[in-house]
Design a protein. Sequence first.
Lengths: 394, 591
Amino acid sequence: MSLNFPHTQAVYTHQQELRVRRVFPLETEVKVREGKRVFADTVVARVEPRTVALRVDVPAALGTAATETNRHLTLPTGSTVTAGQVIAKTRRGLRTATVTSPVAGTLLEVDPRSGEVLIAPVGAGEILAHVAGDVVELLGRSELTIRTVGSRISGIVGLGEPTTGPLRVLTPAADSALAAQGLPTDLAGAIVVAGGTVPAAAYRALAAAGIAALVTGSLSPREIGAAFDWDGEDRISTWRPLAGDRRFGPRAKTPYAVMATEGFGTRGMSPELFATLLGWAGQTVTLLPATGVTGTLMRPELILVDESGLDSDSEPDQATLTPGAIVRLTDQARLGQWATVLDRPYRHRFPNGVLTDAIDVDLGSGERTPVRVVNVEVLLVAPPRAPAFASDPS
Amino acid sequence: MVATRANTSSSAAAGAQDISPESLLVADFGRGSTRAFLLEQVAGTLRLVARAEGPTTFDLPFDDVSVGWLQTLRQIEWDAGRVLIERDNVLTPQRQRGDGVDAMLACSSLGEPIRVAVIDTGPSPMTAAAITALRKTHVSILHASVPAVKKDTTWVPAWADTIRAYQPDTVVLLLDGDQAIGVPRAIQMLRDISGVINPRRGVIFGEATVLGQTLTLFGSRTKVRSITPAGKTGEEFGAELETEARGDWAERIDRTDLRATLREVTGTVPTRAHAVDLVTRYVARVSGQAVLTIGIDDGSHAHWASGHEAAQTAFPRLDVNAGIVNLTAREIADAVNWLPFDVQTDDLMTWVLNRAIRPWAGPEADDDVRIEQALLRQVIRRVAADLDRTHPGALASAGLVIAGAGVDRWQDAAIAALCLLDGLYHVPASGIVALALDRDGLLPVVGTLGMTYPAVASDIFGHDALQHLGSAVIVTGVPKPGEVACRIELQVQGGPNRDLVVKSGDLAVLPLATGEQATIVVRPEKKVAVGAGQPGKPVTFGTERAVTGGEVGIIVDARGRLPLPSPAVARTGVVRQWIRAAGDATGAVRT
């Protein structure tokens, strides 16, 4: 197993009982009880709509003072609005300047300080289960665990909001770069897989295509930053957790959810994970992208639920560093490299003088190589319990 | 303060015991790693006999601190050859056959720090008292001070946004400063965000006439306490804040598993940073010199003490693990200055992000080790700069610099010394600074012991705590690279004299082993000064206070300060020379 994941299972688990932990914003009210069976579209929690409302800068659009916004509204607060409906207007010489609502929803209020208008989109504040299963644990007002059955690939970093959609694989191989041109025209709502590098233009093209999520090998900070205009004076600040916010990269706003399986950089997805995703193509999967390292440990998860197996009893495999387990190396020089565990952990002094827990692995050459235990992640438990990759999840 | 079997007050003296136990177990629970130390009577005094370290399992995937703690204890049992655990509990008191320990103590920095926003209305002794007291606990502090200038339309909205994003657990509002401008502005700012922050606690300090305006600043969930200045000293006010912050933190981490793990603990459980602060003050007192300690482990903290004065700075979210992402892009880009090879800024950014998302991974390749060392220097620089800002002159006055275990993560004394010199980047006024390493991470242990067993703490510090690296002589105003900067005469007691000519831009090391003492005469060239001394004036070290050796020896730093040479090929060559020069002394040359 590895300290890098919030569960004690392998990175890839096939057709097993899964515990899916959902952590919500602090001002959330959980709407389900322990023992309740939920489905992907079940509302499991609600947040105060103000915290998720869009802010429309009416003073800037009309050229009016912040304190005057109420005078220019065309609807009272609390009104239902449609996308494109005029919500504020003012006379500018002979013409009338207007501001429209960018989304359908409810006009909540005017921020008295900035004069901005808050509009809660339809359904704003409703948090869906996204995976079918049974609620097995409630922790306070903002956390619950759902027991489900299916297969899961844990990512290492994710962005955006949870989403569900059909899986589409866009690159021919795990290390193929995704071209911005020539994308299929029917990607709206899909969770797409691009194994290799994704250039800025491709990130933007995927947004234009209306995808729900992207699953890729690695995130290039420069490319994704350029795609979504994050590059400020302090480029690292996009990724810096905010005090009071458990998420990694809270300022990294993307128009769709994103999950990287390997990390940051230009490294392609591991071929075996890519092959597994090829096997999932066409099926409906759920991406829960929440990532947090400080405080509560959270990793993104791509889940293929098997609803027919929800009532079956099955003990999940525990990932252990036993001989035969397939692991991934995580020291930066060999990040993403696969290996097979040859022996149990032991104390070892490395050539640089560091004495620490080590494990012998085979990097594919047949040779025994010691690596630090903290630098391995169990991808697949030792046979015979683990199936081959890319097997049919049904 | 975490609940323990025999809690005492936070006063160090209150729990002090005169009886020296036969054996002690001290736990140091950090957010990333847990350390256990076994102390045993050896020839009449308690000494460190075994130490073990393992991952902290307070958070997921284990969510149970006892898993890692018991694993660490088993490692100590194996090393020491005695049984310490019985039915998953620490065996106390020590049994006749030698198993168990007489007592267990602990320090802890588990859990998220309490976020405290301190807002003042101008210079006030209460601000200093509040911040000093809060830093003894596990808090991160956001300090906003209302500017006294009349026309300032940006302060209120800017700080309202900052505090809204910070989401403080506690707001401390100090309204005893400028009444005409400061008070209304501070109240206005808090009023603007009253609906969007939900602090658990609000503490308002000010005259009764002002307090009336603050009644509606917080929502119903906030426990508000108003204090008037009458009869309240800064120390009393600080002590109240400290108690409240400790209580909030204890409540945050209060879990069944932690209560069970700490069941056998006696005395107060201080934070790691507070324990180190106590030791720093102690060392400054007994050694009669200004002492600076730097800890970069789970977060970063620096402590300075001289006589009865002390200062502290803490960045609970800045380190080279998950907190590495709290370095700025500029600081990361500048880390290239400490690398003996060229690397693109984008690649460094990627390295940092990969470390931040897998903070438990360790570097194995030499280049990765060098990058980690370079970034550690940048973290030290941030911490040192903050201490210098809040307490001007503290760095320059330090005669002894002690680095915590995090600086020795590569178990390389020469690199630890180099990281300290590069990271601190200050010029000691005297021209010389002694360097030491807390290799086993004993400073928090000594601080914790000092609260209950002061005599034991003194013994452990005296015998086991520090590895001396040596001393660094720093010359300034160096001429062009390659020209002579100074001449050194090292007169070793009971040994031969050694002479050395040090050129500008060089880092030179003269061997002086641990336990050896020497006198050093430094003869600088005309425009070169030793420390803050006069240019060209020779200085002799070792006449009043002996210059002692260490694992590295005597370092003569004639590198000057920024800028480093460019282009990259020249810079990397120079850095390689520095690393080689430092490593030559210890035989650990890996460039």
